[in-house]
Design a protein around this ligand. Structure first.
Ligand SMILES: [Zn+2]
Ligand SMILES: [Zn+2]
Length: 187
């Protein structure tokens, strides 16, 4: 039985961004059953910090996992990626582009800070952050290879420096975890 990866809209995210997330996942992880689901998932208002104007990333991701379980029966061998239009943070960081909770089987990308006047540049950033968070979800840590999609990004500048590909070491690690990476996403 193949692993299932649900792609869920969060709040009023546009279809184009969600579609891009679904496409890059299907291409990078050919053995996964990548399934778009209806939504949107609306995070609990408690996850919103009105003073910062930001969402607590871990609370959103945890709520998403519960929602996917309840609404879409996402349990064994099922994971969920949420695509949010919002700005996320965790305590200690001004913002995060995404978060992954491997134990809960969920990850979320926050696209607010990825936006720019170039649609192509924006979608490229979306692809990188989607693969980065799902990489974490599958068990990868951060990578020192600058071009590897698993390298840590503290700014959109750093997002632009990396690629949407896994380096040989990260791909080998995924392979040991039983995950095959598609050709177009190998460095
Ligand atoms: Zn990371
Ligand atoms: Zn790497």
């Amino acid at each position: 039985m193949s692993r299932k990866l649900l792609v869920a809209p969060v709040h009023l995210i546009d279809r184009k961004t969600v579609g891009e997330a679904r496409r890059v996942l299907a291409s990078a992880f050919p053995d996964f059953e990548v399934t778009p689901v209806e939504g949107p998932y609306i995070p609990e208002i408690e996850a919103y910090d009105g003073i910062r104007g930001q969402w607590r990333a871990d609370a959103v991701a945890y709520g998403l996992a519960m929602w996917a379980r309840r609404t879409h029966g996402c349990r064994d061998r099922c994971m969920v990626l949420g695509v949010s239009p919002d700005d996320g943070y965790v305590p200690g960081l001004n913002f995060v582009f995404g978060i992954a909770l491997p134990l809960a089987g969920s990850a979320v990308i926050f696209t607010y800070r990825l936006r720019t006047s170039s649609l192509e540049r924006y979608l490229e950033r979306v692809r990188k952050e989607v693969l980065h968070e799902v990489g974490h979800l599958l068990g990868l840590g951060h990578c020192r290879v600058r071009k590897c999609v698993m390298s840590f990004s503290n700014s959109v500048f750093e997002v632009d420096l990396k690629t949407d590909k896994f380096c040989a070491a990260c791909a080998a690690r995924l392979k040991r975890l039983g995950v095959e990476v598609g050709q177009d996403h190998l460095l």
